[in-house]
Structures are given as structure tokens and as C-alpha cells.
Design a protein around this ligand. Structure first.
Ligand code: GLA
Length: 730
């Protein structure tokens, strides 16, 4: 069976077109998944088990691959299943490595032996059926190839056809096996509130490294993304990198494992911690999508592939979706003290700067005058907005902006009408204390009545105010006491999966009913950013830390895994919450490397600030397509010292933008020459400097000059910054 996808590849300017194809090689019992520049091969071995064969650069189509054969046992202590790279190991039969599926079968049997049973190829999708040797417990492994980026998606559907009750104790989306090797290095993203997206690198040693969330949502502490390079030899511009990301906004886990036999693999899916998922006869469970890719172009190319993939395959609207508008957000200016005249005054100033969207943050509903009350009561506070929201929305629209609003639908303050009416709706265990965080409890969104209530409240808000074009959907704490006492005890742990599923359903239904609505995912900053939520929101709030200096690092880490298009970045006031003061241009240029927003108190901005801000917004509009949908080159990292620079090249190559920051300087020590990347050596580029810091002052230069000779920038004192815009001469 053969299926060819004639999807052209566009990576870099001159990349050859590579197609996608999934092919079964009957004589060898191999499936060859050709995803553009990448090949991925699995096969059935002599024991009828599904075995991983190859993942890396695309192979020649005539290459004669050997059929899958298991590896021999290693003494009596490691039988062959421990030495063989299995594609989806079920736990049983003396396996000691991380399983993809662990179950208790009817009659208490806790042993699985998954064997190949059948397959189906439909276009870009392959389905392989596995089945236990004696019980009718089935696993469908679903693979999809994305030839433009070489990314492959996998997930599993576990079906209980045994006729009895089965309990799943671990259900993973899949395992990514690397070629047997030595000295692999893991790169991952860790963090905390206001310090998300920190880049961590460490050698992979025998044993297991766990990167996970046990918090009910994606989490600030780690992001479900990984990259692995060989021998630590990859850098920004070259080297083999295998990378991947999970699409799940609830408890997730990656185990990065090196077995005693030098097999490195990343297993990921639902976090097995406190996991128990009963499947009644006939029921199925689908695991989250797990995406992964491969490149020889180092971390820079791995990121560019992820960016392109997110933009074209993950985000709502795909490649055709519009550029993100410049927004103004009221939070840091007014916090909870929002009212109609105050918001109108801010809106007037935001419009003068060229903002295209005005977002009123927290404080507009219920008895919400601080974080002690009001969550759950999604009705307009009439003391602050005596005539409802419409007068403000209309005013904002007249100023030429659309209107957005903040909600935190999954939460309840004990001091709210909702909690007084339905204390049982908050997640809890009976007769146990309820742990508050920011004075709030988590609603049990796994309950359908709670989900329907919240749907009704939000649907009413959007229906009564059709001018609401945008919602910032927040989640300001993690789970505690994750009880679901209304369910039978054996079913209660399903809360971990059902909660996230219901949040997804809520968003999907609200979007379907209010198709013009755009959404920003937020969880106290970047606590809910993953490829699951990103299929249903246009952008994310990157971090509550808006200090520009900290942000350079935070945003660089973010860019490893996610596209700058969705990376909402505000310009806020100084001194920032950490006491640091940086110049307005530095703050603007930092925010302009993502999706620009303004979050300062404009009432306090001077005339000079307003003029500079107006110019910066105008500049941003002229480069945003390049920043949001271009190819990012991280030229100098903010991790390494006082100087950092990044460059964005438009997909069509017509524009490039260089941002440079001098955050600290040693006296008399000039910044390094910046050699650009990703340009056409033969082409000429007009150079537009935003100020007088471009030392060579050339009005135009060739791609060869810019990439080899490079540019010098006169960046002196602390927190100095500049930008160059290059326009290709046709
Ligand atoms: C969270 C968000 C902030 C702001 C506040 C409002 O912390 O990340 O941007 O919306 O909530 O309470």
C-alpha cells in the first residue's frame, strides 16, 4: 500500500521540495514514514513485536533496510525485551524499562504482551494495531507525517474489548528511540512563576530523568518540550538535534531514559503519578499527541522548524491566520481598580500610540476589588460599570481598536456568590481542609454540571457583549486536594484527564458559538503553554515578569520551543517589580521581538515617552510579519553576557530585522561584530537603522557583506539597544 503527499517543502530559501510518504515494505514488514527531510521506520520483529528501526535524516528511497530483529538477552538479568528498542512497550514479560502502557486486566492479571495485528495507511496517516496475546485489549498507534517540517505526530488509542473492567495505570503517547549512541545531551525548559522558560542542558546518563507536571496544568516549572543532541556537539547553527513536544495541558511527564544497553528514549504522555483510568468494557482512552522532529541544523533550526510547525499546523487558522494585533492591557496600570472613565482614559492614550486592541484585565466583575473575592461571579460589577460594558466597548471601537477582556473561568473565591451556592463545586476531598492559593479554589471542571455552568456564564457574557473580540483566559493556581467525591472511588482519579478535556471542550464550544473571538492562554504568565492549548488559542501570556532585562532570557528560552508570534510581550513601567529601571527603547525593542503589547500606566507617560512609543509601534507594524512569521536566528544569547542579538528573516526573504541589546558593559569594552544569518549572499539589502548606533552607516549592503563582514553597533551604557531593518532590493 502506498500513499504519496505532494506537499512541497519550504525550509530555507533554496531547500529542495521533499514529499511525505508512508509505505509498507511487505517483504521486510517495515513501515517507512517519510516526512519531508526526515525518515522514521518501524517494523515487526520475529516475535511479532513492533520495534523501532530508524529515526533521522531522510534515507534513499531505494535503500534496502534490514527487517526488524530483536536484540539478544544480556545474561539472565535482562531478557531480550530490555535490550530491544520497542516502539510501544506494554509492561509485562520481565520488562524493567519505562513502559508506554501499564494495566490491570480483568481477574487482576498485570501482564501485557502487545503483538502486531494489522495496519492501515490513509494519506499522511498510519494506524498500527497491537493486541495483547490473550486478552482483547487493543492499542491503535496513530502516526501522522508533516513533510514541510519533518515532524511526526504520534498518539495511542487504548481500547478495552475484553468484556471486563480494565484499569490503566500508565498510558503514554509513545516513545521516541534515538540511535544507539554515547554521550547524548538533554536540553529542556524549567522555571517558576515570573521566571519561566529557563534553558537547562545536561548530559544523559544511565537511568531516568523525569521532566513533568503534577499540578493539573502544564506548569511554569517545566514545559513539555525536549531536545537531545549528540555528544553535546550541536550549537545554534549546526549539529544533529532530535526534538519533541507534547500536546497536553494537564499532568504530563517525559522520562528521558538511558538503559543499561545504551538505548536512549523519551517516553511521554499522561503523568502516571496518581493516575488510574478505569476502562469499562467497550471504552477507549486516547492519549495526547506527541510531536517530534529531527534536524542537522542545530538548535536554531530545531526552533525554526517548531515555529513553522506551530504556525502552520497547530494554531487556529494555520498559516493563513493574521498577524497578532498590537494590544494594550490595563493590568499593571490599574490592577483591580477598573471603571468606565478610567479605562476610557487609558484607551484614548493607547489609541494614540497605535494600539489595535484594548484589553481590560482583572477587576470588572462580581465583588472583585482585590484578589480576595469575586472569582466565579462572571457578571459585570455595576458600581464600576453602571451601564454595563457596552459604553466602554463602543468607545474603544470608536477609537479604532477592538476590545478584549480578562476571565479566569476555572476558579472560585470562597467569598463569591457561586461558592456560597455551590461549595461542592470546588475541587476537594470530603472532610478535608481545602488549600487556598491567592485566596482561591479550583472548580472541578471535570464535573459536567460545573462545565455547563461556566459555559453558560461565558456564553452570556459574549452574547450580551458581541463587541468582545478577545479573551485572556487565566488560571492563577494549580490543583490541590484533587477529589471528585461524586464519582465512585475507583473512578475519581479520572479527574486529571477529565478536567483538561472539559476545559478544551469549553474553549472549543465557545469558539464555535462565537467564531470571531480570539483567545490568549495565561496561567499566572506562562503556566499553560503547550501544543494542546495552542490548537485552540491565538497567543499566550509569556510571563508575569515584564522586566525587559529578565524578559530577554525568558523570551529566548520560550523561542526554543514556541513561535515568537504567540509570545505576548508588554512594555511596562519602571522601576519594574524587581526594582530595575531600563530605558523605554530597550523595553520596546525587547517586547518587539515577540508579539508587541503595552502594559504601562499611560497616564504617567511623558510627552517624550508617548512620541517614542508611537514611533516604536509604527516601526513594529512595519516588521511584525517578519518577527511573527519569519525565521529566527539567535545570534548572541542573553545567557552568556552583557550583549545579545537576534535576527528575524521574512519567509519570502524580502525583509530582515536585527535586534541588539547591551544590557551591561565593562568599561571600554566594545560589543562584538554581529554577523547576520539567513540572507542571500548575492542580494543587496537597504539598511534602515532606527537610530545612530550603526557604526558603518551604510545605506545598503550585500548579503555577503552582512553575513561575513558583519555590522558594528555603538552600544555603550547599560541597557542600550538598537535595531536594523534590512529590505532586500528586488
Ligand atoms: C495573572 C496574570 C496577570 C493578570 C493577573 C490578574 O497573574 O498573569 O497578567 O492578568 O492574573 O489578576
Amino acid at each position: 500500500m502506498n500513499s504519496r503527499l505532494a506537499i512541497p517543502l519550504l525550509i530555507g530559501i533554496l531547500a529542495p521540495a521533499l514529499s511525505g510518504e508512508i509505505r509498507y515494505v511487505t517483504a521486510k514488514k517495515l513501515w517507512r514514514l517519510e516526512a519531508g527531510p526526515v525518515s522514521y521506520v518501524v517494523g515487526v520483529n520475529e516475535r511479532n513485536e513492533l520495534q523501532h528501526v530508524y529515526w533521522g535524516k531522510r534515507l534513499g528511497s531505494d535503500d534496502d533496510l534490514a527487517a526488524a530483529r530483536s536484540n539478544p538477552e544480556w545474561a539472565s538479568f535482562d531478557n531480550s525485551v530490555n535490550t530491544t528498542p520497542e516502539e510501544f512497550p506494554g509492561w509485562g514479560g520481565g520488562r524493567y524499562t519505562e513502559p508506554c502502557l501499564k494495566v490491570t486486566l480483568p481477574n487482576g492479571v498485570r501482564d501485557l504482551a502487545l503483538k502486531y495485528s494489522s495496519y492501515r495507511i490513509e494519506g499522511d496517516t498510519l494506524r498500527i494495531e497491537l493486541k495483547d496475546v490473550s486478552y482483547d485489549l487493543g492499542v491503535t498507534l496513530v502516526y501522522r507525517v508533516f513533510p514541510e517540517t519533518g515532524i511526526i505526530r504520534k498518539h495511542a488509542v487504548i481500547a478495552n474489548r475484553t468484556g471486563g473492567a480494565v484499569t490503566l495505570e500508565s498510558a503514554q503517547s509513545g516513545a521516541w528511540n534515538l540511535p544507539r549512541g554515547e554521550g547524548y545531551r538533554l536540553t529542556y525548559l524549567s522555571g517558576r512563576w515570573a521566571g519561566e522558560w529557563q534553558i537547562d542542558q545536561e548530559p544523559i546518563h544511565p537511568g531516568m530523568k523525569i521532566v513533568e507536571s503534577r499540578r493539573g496544568n502544564t506548569g511554569h516549572q517545566a514545559n513539555p518540550w525536549f531536545a537531545i543532541d549528540e555528544g553535546g556537539r550541536a550549537d545554534e547553527s549546526q549539529g544533529r538535534v532530535w526534538f519533541g513536544a507534547l500536546g497536553w495541558s494537564g499532568n504530563w511527564r517525559f522520562s528521558i531514559e538511558q538503559t543499561a544497553h545504551q538505548q536512549v528514549r523519551v517516553t511521554g504522555g499522561f503523568n502516571p503519578f496518581d493516575f488510574s483510568y478505569p476502562l469499562a468494557a467497550g471504552e477507549t482512552l486516547e492519549t495526547p499527541p506527541f510531536y517530534a522532529g529531527y534536524t542537522e541544523g542545530g538548535f536554531g533550526e530545531a526552533s525554526r522548524l517548531m515555529h513553522r510547525f506551530e504556525r502552520t499546523e497547530i494554531l487556529p487558522g494555520g498559516a493563513a491566520s493574521r498577524a497578532r494585533p498590537v494590544l494594550y492591557n490595563s493590568w499593571e496600570a490599574t490592577e483591580f481598580a477598573v471603571d468606565e472613565p478610567g479605562q476610557k482614559a487609558l484607551a484614548e492614550k493607547a489609541a494614540k500610540l497605535g494600539a489595535e486592541r484594548f484589553v481590560m484585565d482583572d477587576g470588572w466583575f462580581g465583588a472583585r476589588n482585590s484578589d480576595h473575592a469575586g472569582l466565579g461571579d462572571w457578571t459585570v460589577n455595576r458600581a464600576k460599570f453602571p451601564n454595563g460594558l457596552r459604553p466602554l466597548i463602543e468607545y474603544v471601537n470608536q477609537l479604532g481598536m477592538d476590545f478584549g477582556i480578562w476571565v479566569e473561568p476555572e476558579m472560585v473565591n470562597p467569598d463569591s456568590d457561586l461558592y456560597r451556592q455551590h461549595p461542592d463545586w470546588a475541587m476537594h476531598f470530603p472532610d478535608r481542609p481545602r488549600t487556598e492559593a491567592r485566596n482561591q479554589l479550583v472548580l472541578n471542571m471535570a464535573r459536567n454540571d460545573v462545565k455547563e455552568y461556566i459555559f453558560g456564564a461565558l456564553d452570556r457574557l459574549f452574547s450580551e457583549n458581541p463587541g468582545i473580540a478577545f479573551v485572556k483566559w487565566d488560571m492563577n493556581r494549580n490543583f490541590s486536594e484533587p477529589g471528585w467525591p461524586e464519582e465512585p472511588p475507583a473512578e475519581q482519579k479520572k479527574i486529571w484527564v477529565a478536567y483538561t478535556r472539559n476545559v478544551y471542550e469549553l474553549i472549543d464550544r465557545l469558539r464555535a458559538k462565537h467564531p470571531k473571538l480570539e483567545i490568549e492562554a495565561c496561567s499566572g504568565g506562562g503556566g499553560r503553554v503547550d501544543l494542546g492549548i495552542l490548537t485552540r488559542v491565538e497567543e499566550v501570556w509569556t510571563s508575569d515578569n515584564t522586566d525587559a532585562f529578565d524578559r530577554l532570557r525568558i523570551q529566548e528560552g520560550f523561542s526554543y520551543a514556541h513561535t515568537p508570534k504567540i509570545m505576548m510581550a508588554w512594555v511596562t513601567d519602571v522601576p519594574n517589580f524587581n526594582g530595575r529601571t531600563t530605558p523605554l527603547q530597550y523595553r520596546f525593542l525587547t517586547a518587539m521581538t515577540g508579539s508587541l503589547g503595552i502594559g504601562g500606566n499611560l497616564n504617567k507617560w511623558s510627552a517624550a515617552d508617548m512620541t517614542l512609543a508611537g514611533r516604536m509601534v509604527e516601526l513594529y507594524k512595519s516588521i511584525r510579519q517578519t518577527v511573527q512569521a519569519g525565521r529566527l536566528y539567535r545570534l548572541f544569547s542573553p545567557q552568556s553576557g552583557g550583549f545579545s542579538a537576534s535576527e528575524y528573516v521574512a519567509e519570502d526573504g524580502r525583509q530582515a530585522v536585527l535586534f541588539a541589546f547591551r544590557s551591561a558593559q565593562h568599561f571600554g569594552y566594545p560589543p562584538p561584530t554581529v554577523r547576520l544569518s539567513g540572507l542571500d549572499e548575492q542580494a543587496t539589502y537597504r539598511v534602515r537603522a532606527i537610530d545612530d548606533k550603526f557604526v558603518e552607516r551604510l545605506p545598503a549592503a550585500s548579503g555577503a557583506y552582512l553575513m561575513n563582514h558583519g555590522v558594528n553597533l555603538r552600544l555603550g551604557g547599560d541597557f542600550d539597544s538598537t535595531a536594523l531593518v534590512l529590505e532586500r532590493v528586488p
